[in-house]
Design a binder for this molecule. Structure first.
Ligand SMILES: Cc1cc2nc3c(=O)[nH]c(=O)nc-3n(C[C@H](O)[C@H](O)[C@H](O)COP(=O)(O)OP(=O)(O)OC[C@H]3O[C@@H](n4cnc5c(N)ncnc54)[C@H](O)[C@@H]3O)c2cc1C
Length: 419
């Protein structure tokens, strides 16, 4: 009989250096982001291309992008846990999570590029992203469905030193940013270079715009999202789009494995953003409980309210534990390069964090709105913005929730028993 053992673990404590880092990031975010996030969300709701370029530049100057990337590429040479701390603090200051999502994509995916990409591509792209002049995210989703990554249809044909890409990507974050930022940018993407299934896919750094010049064969659309408006979502068609072979990431036909490692890294910081937004929501609740009186008592004296709060608080602490357990493990694998751990060890810890963090945040936002009563249903109260933004991660951004459950069930029960 198999034994379900407690996974390899690390304790949730922070070093003095990490505490100082958190303090400085929080101080920056409270000064430059917290007073502006509602305005950013409102402005970009009216016009998605109203991108907060000035705040992005300040965040870059504070070193909030490419945190675990090497200093030789303009990164911070930090740990993955430091990146996780930063994303939690950014989302605490902007619970719509738009700016945290900008920062986390521009941390997880440049780091994945550094792990597998060519020296030339890293030298060219990462410094621009770190400086806030370029965006670099992930473009895997296609119109036929995002969850079935192995079934994607975009094709890449090799012709001499270039690959010619044809296909379509949908629901991609950053389509506006690559057009608006000074240098441009693009995505870690996948295209089919071989046969059917996951073994026929290769990964590329696809630059839609570089040095301020749009690339030929890239035809974008911008969507009107319901939340996290400070970051654009869109789609694009690729028509005979040329990618130089220096932008091939890793080996040909091994792209699926590289992108899965990238997803594991990105999902940790996704979950970190949602625990930051949840912290903001918990504080909104406490503030309200201490002032709102009904029937001559604070509403938190009703156990129907305070017990639910206690349950939500417990879920938040559990989410936080999942997030930092995963980031510590990522440090062991990718920063310390400890041979006793391997990339696949991250699957379950990351899926737990990505599954639990966003769901806790969205459930909490709904509860806080109910505790606030009718006022929460007006646009004057900002809470709904902290509900709709994190909801993107329950809907499916960086992987649908059921896919997280599938990963957990597959790895714990065994792949052969899920067929
Ligand atoms: C705001 C936002 C931003 C996004 N940004 C990006 C981005 O930057 N880059 C990118 O590549 N993609 C991005 N996405 C797309 C995201 O990755 C997809 O939404 C996700 O992969 C799910 O794909 P789908 O939406 O096509 O849903 P589908 O894959 O069609 O799934 C539909 C439903 O079926 C369920 N389902 C699917 N397969 C299974 C299964 N095997 N078992 C049980 N249930 C299953 C899912 O849980 C889901 O509820 C973004 C999405 C959003 C909402």
């Amino acid at each position: 009989m198999s034994v379900i053992d407690f996974p390899k673990n690390t304790v949730l404590t922070f070093s003095e250096e990490e505490e100082l880092f958190r303090e400085s990031v929080r101080e920056f975010c409270q000064r430059h982001i917290a007073p502006n996030w509602v305005e950013v969300d409102k402005r970009s709701e009216q016009n998605p291309m109203d991108i907060p370029v000035d705040i992005i530049k300040k965040m870059a100057d504070q070193g909030l992008f490419c945190i675990p990337c090497s200093e030789e590429y303009g990164g911070q040479g930090g740990s993955y846990t430091m990146a996780t701390i930063a994303m939690e603090e950014i989302a605490y200051a902007d619970p719509s999570v738009a700016l945290a999502v900008y920062a986390l994509l521009n941390t997880g995916w440049p780091f994945a590029l550094e792990l597998f990409g060519t020296e030339e591509a890293c030298q060219e792209i990462i410094p621009e992203v770190a400086a806030g002049r370029a965006f670099f995210g992930i473009a895997s989703t296609e119109p036929q469905g995002g969850s079935d990554v192995a079934g994607l249809k975009t094709r890449a044909e090799k012709k001499g030193d270039v690959y010619i890409l044809n296909g379509e990507k949908t629901f991609i974050s950053g389509v506006g940013e690559v057009q608006k930022l000074e240098w441009g940018g693009g995505w870690f993407t996948l295209a089919r270079t071989g046969g059917e299934g996951h073994k026929g896919l290769s990964a590329f750094a696809l630059l839609a715009r570089k040095n301020g010049e749009l690339s030929d064969g890239w035809d974008p659309t911008i969507y009107e999202d319901i939340g996290r408006h400070g970051l654009t979502t869109g789609g694009f068609r690729l028509t005979d789009f040329e990618v130089d072979s220096k932008y091939l990431i890793g080996e040909e036909n091994k792209g699926f494995y590289h992108v899965m490692e990238g997803f594991n890294l990105a999902r940790i910081v996704v979950a970190a953003a949602t625990i930051g937004a949840s912290r903001w929501l918990l504080e909104q609740a406490v503030e309200w409980f201490r002032t709102r009186k009904l029937f001559g008592r604070n509403i938190s004296s009703f156990q129907g309210v305070s017990f639910k709060f206690a349950d939500m608080y417990a879920r938040w602490e559990a989410s936080r534990y999942f997030v930092y357990r995963a980031s510590r493990l990522a440090d062991k694998i990718y920063i310390e390069k400890d041979p006793s751990y391997k990339p696949l060890d991250l699957n379950v810890p990351v899926a737990l964090a990505k599954n639990y963090g966003p769901e806790t945040c969205v459930d909490l936002a709904e509860e806080v709105m109910k505790w606030y009563g009718a006022y929460a249903y007006t646009k004057e109260a900002p809470i709904f913005r902290a509900w709709l933004g994190p909801f993107s991660y329950v809907i499916g951004a960086e992987g649908a929730q059921n896919i997280m459950r599938l990963i957990i069930a597959r790895d714990i029960i065994g792949r052969d028993y899920l067929k």
